[in-house]
Design a protein around this ligand. Structure first.
Ligand code: ADP
Length: 160
């Protein structure tokens, strides 16, 4: 069975992520969307909230699982028996970092491939940070995130 991991912060999940999830799930028997616990980032949503939102927006894709991990991606890949890492690429600015990570991960585990899926043109500008900025100022989110995510964002910024 071919398994891929799609790692990221997903703080929160956007239509750009969902597009990559659907396309990745078509290429593999199983796709594990894995929320990275990154100690150097201060997320808006807790891991539990991010996992819950990811589950809600992917419930209709049968070969997608949602999980979270900390530590090295190569170690997590070994644990879940994954053959590949899926990454989305938007701008040239994504490339430099992703290129470096792909080479490092290849060095750490030569049998683990990183596969890049080019963003769909309509989501090329979309990031979780942009979505949070719009939410903070009460802008309309319907083109960027599913309703359930928009609702949670509104609640967050009402609380703060
Ligand atoms: P961000 O906060 O920038 O949205 P994440 O860490 O949540 O970043 O992203 C996880 C992965 O999803 C990364 O590989 C990133 O390049 C990819 N990704 C994020 N948004 C998009 C998008 N709109 N189109 C394609 N890939 C995306």
């Amino acid at each position: 069975m071919k398994t891929a991991i799609y790692p990221g912060s997903f703080d929160p999940v956007t239509y750009g992520h969902i597009d990559i999830i659907k396309r990745g799930a078509n290429l593999f028997d199983k796709l594990i969307v894995a929320v990275l616990l990154n100690p150097s980032k201060k997320p808006l949503f807790s891991v539990e909230e991010r996992v819950e939102l990811l589950k809600a927006v992917t419930y209709d894709i049968p070969n997608v699982e949602i999980d979270y991990f900390d530590g090295l991606l190569v170690d997590y890949a070994k644990k879940v028996n994954a053959n590949a890492i899926i990454k989305g690429l938007r701008m040239v600015s994504d490339f430099e970092y992703e290129f470096q990570m792909a080479l490092i991960n290849k060095k750490l585990n030569p049998s683990l491939e990183t596969i890049f899926l080019m963003t769909s043109a309509k989501y090329g500008y979309l990031s979780s940070s942009v979505v949070k900025e719009i939410a903070q100022f009460g802008g309309c989110l319907s083109e960027f995130v599913p309703d359930i995510v928009a609702q949670k964002l509104k609640e967050k910024f009402l609380d703060n």
